[in-house]
Design a binder for this molecule. Structure first.
Ligand code: GDP
Ligand code: IMO
Ligand code: MG
Length: 427
């Protein structure tokens, strides 16, 4: 019963969408387990570009079931929009399932996300503004609205009224924003409910049954390890757990069901939003990476901050998710550099060398990278499909990474296109 978690090993945008799309062809189910439409997963199939925010990256294969798990937070309007877009492009969405336990992002979550960021001022997190944090907060506070509530209009309105009492106080008194009406929100929601009702079900049961029948299931992570609310660079993180363990709670399966964990890492690092980033670079090298890698956010269009590969953070990610194999994406972007610095350790403000990721954020904020330089290569990698096709220096760079993190690199990205990949993944 091969169950594989695909997890971001950096600060998100590692290329998970492309990897999941590739593996979805060989899978029966693809299930998202956390995050919401803060995610933006890109698939480039021929001349078609798909940017998926909520729908799992297996949707382009009609035979693959796509599950939005209970751990995902779902904006019903965004989901309906995404369904419409895909259908308008001729993609069947018949295989989609939505967990009845998934929490819904309400209009007040979006407003509160924006208002809270504004209030934080120079301490803001740089969120995607999609209401993710406030929705997960309500889930924990037990005043959330769930997908199953769409099936019972009476309960929906009652829950909305309770939630809105407190929310309106916040909107009005704390942020000086207009109050919202339960009736108007419910009307919009019930419109979306019509569209979403056929997809809502007990997805954990369906995944369990499939695993018992030896189906191949992929669990698609959103965001990445360094944005994990427990293990990332708190408070500059998202409000869920992207690490592989969260696939269990976020899809409703036991830890013994997971066989493999595929960590996805770029051959360098990017980060969107605020927060510490030791290997961040500026100037011509950063501009070159940004331009060649088209490093602009899939969800917000913001320019991504770029930096050299950070092996300390990558080892940390491998440890936290029990990564068994690595997908190294965007190796093609690094062609043309004479030398490639790679961070092998940090140095603290006091001059101490750290080989492990420090637990204290103050230490991490002050950490400077200790670099080793690797020889670069000039060749274009766009046509490489096997390890032997790689120029020796590019191959040495990959081998160095595998050696440093202690797991094999089974997939290498050599371009944006669906088939621009060296693929040795067995699932
Ligand atoms: P995700 O959030 O992890 O799914 O990643 P995004 O889709 O937000 O960002 C990754 C970007 O890199 C997308 O535009 C992908 O099309 C692109 N990409 C993925 N793999 C490769 C690769 O190997 N080479 C290049 N040049 N682009 C890639
Ligand atoms: P994918 O799945 C990159 C970042 C935001 C911000 C922080 C908190 O495409 O890899 P949030 O809106 O979640 O409260 O914002 O997390 N962030 C991402 N960065 N990729 C993502 O998703 C992200 N989702 C959230 O930029 O710094
Ligand atoms: Mg993304």
């Amino acid at each position: 019963m091969p169950a594989t978690v695909v997890v971001g090993a950096q600060w998100g945008d590692e290329g998970k969408g492309k990897v999941v799309d590739l593996l979805a062809e060989r899978s029966d189910i693809v299930a998202r387990y956390q995050g919401g439409n803060n995610a933006g997963h890109t698939i480039v199939a021929g001349d078609q570009v798909y940017k998926l925010h909520l729908i799992p990256s297996g949707i382009l294969y009609p035979g693959t079931l796509c599950v939005i798990g209970n751990g995902v937070v779902v904006d019903p309007a965004v989901l309906c929009g995404e369904l419409d877009d895909l259908e308008a492009r001729g993609v069947s969405v018949e295989g989609l399932l939505l967990s009845a336990n998934a929490h819904l992002i309400m209009p007040y979550h979006v407003l509160l996300d924006g208002a809270s960021e504004k209030r934080l001022g120079r301490y803001s997190i740089g969120t995607t503004g999609r209401g993710i944090g406030p929705c997960y907060a309500d889930k924990a506070h037990r005043v959330g609205i769930r997908a199953q509530d769409l099936l019972d209009p009476k309960i929906l309105v009652a829950k909305l009224e309770v939630a809105l009492e407190a929310k309106n106080e916040m909107l009005d008194k704390l942020y000086g924003l207009p109050r919202l009406e339960a009736g108007a929100i419910a009307e919009d929601l019930l419109g979306h409910a019509e569209r979403l009702r056929p997809f809502i079900t007990d997805t954990a049961l369906i995944i369990d049954r499939a695993l018992r029948e030896d189906a191949r299931v992929l669990f698609e992570g959103a965001q990445g390890t360094m944005l994990d609310i427990d293990h990332g660079t708190y408070p500059f993180v998202t409000s869920s757990n992207p690490i592989a363990g969260a696939a269990c709670t976020g899809a409703g399966i036991g830890p013994t069901r997971i066989d493999r964990v595929l960590g996805v890492s770029k051959a360098y690092v990017t980060r969107v939003g605020e927060g510490p980033f030791p290997t961040e670079i500026e100037g011509p090298a950063a501009e070159r990476i940004c331009e060649r890698g088209q490093e602009f956010g899939t969800t917000t269009g913001r320019q991504r901050r770029c930096g050299w590969l950070d092996l300390v953070a990558l080892r940390y990610a491998v440890r936290l998710s029990g990564v068994t194999q690595l997908a190294l994406t965007k190796l093609d972007v690094l062609s043309g550099f004479a030398a490639l610095p790679v961070c092998v350790a940090y140095e603290t403000r006091e001059g101490e060398r750290l080989d492990e990721f420090p637990f204290h954020q103050t230490v991490f904020h002050g950490a400077r990278p200790v670099y080793e330089e690797h020889p670069g290569w000039d060749e274009d990698l766009g046509e490489c499909r096997t390890l032997d096709d790689l120029p020796p220096r590019a191959r040495a760079y990959v081998d160095m990474i595998a050696g440093a993190v202690g797991v094999p690199v089974t997939l290498i990205g050599t371009g944006q296109g669906r088939h621009q990949v060296i693929d040795q993944v067995e699932i």
